[in-house]
Design a protein. Structure first.
Length: 200
């Protein structure tokens, strides 16, 4: 397996209609969010206006998780729901979507042969969690929303501070150990690949 650690200096900050967004990772690495020529993208966003209109992204599947705050999200002619901390919503990027409320959220956008999953994990200081990597996962990303985390695998130790992102790839079906150095909140992003399209 291979590991790559990103810190906030590696991220790209930009503005959108409702606030600011921070791009944590985009694939392929030379793809552009504005050109919408990426296959998957991981980001956080600050919703700073009480009423916000989401950017239209037809052809992309969006997964959103609330990291802080509360919003009511409305997909026109589809459904509405209230989202509290660590609640998630999955929706078509082409839908006309608005929100009410202020929050910080975590976003995963996928298209083509890629899909993904978001999950949260809360660990108390000095507690540990064994995460088993499923065979079907192509890429794994660990983001520290709050706290500090040590990841141990085969005598290697990766220390992640708040807002750090660890990318794990060339995966094997193994177990890695998460150890919280402080009370810690994590977002785990699993990226899957269509088995009919393995060349990319």
């Amino acid at each position: 397996m291979k590991f790559h650690l990103f810190n906030p200096d590696d991220y790209t900050l930009s503005e959108w209609a409702g606030g600011t967004t921070t791009q944590l990772y985009i694939y392929p690495p030379k793809a552009s969010y504005k050109k919408q020529n990426f296959l998957f993208r991981i980001s956080t966003a600050k919703v700073e206006q009480t009423h916000s209109e989401f950017t239209s992204l037809p052809g992309f599947l969006r997964k959103l998780m609330i990291l802080d705050g509360t919003i009511s999200i409305n997909h026109k002619e589809q459904y509405s729901k209230k989202l509290n901390k660590f609640d998630t919503d999955t929706f078509d990027g082409g839908w006309q979507t608005t929100s009410e409320g202020i929050c910080t959220d975590f976003n995963l956008m996928t298209t083509g042969s890629y899909s993904g999953n978001l999950m949260s994990l809360i660990l108390k200081k000095n507690s540990s969690f064994d995460y088993q990597i499923a065979e079907k996962i192509k890429y794994l990303f660990i983001f520290v929303n709050n706290g500090e985390l040590n990841i141990v695998f085969n005598d290697k130790n990766y220390h992640l501070n708040k807002n750090y992102l660890l990318k794990i790839f060339a995966l094997k079906k193994v177990t890695i150990n998460f150890i919280a150095a402080l009370d810690t909140e994590l977002v785990i992003t699993e990226i899957f690949k269509n088995p009919l399209s393995q060349k990319i």
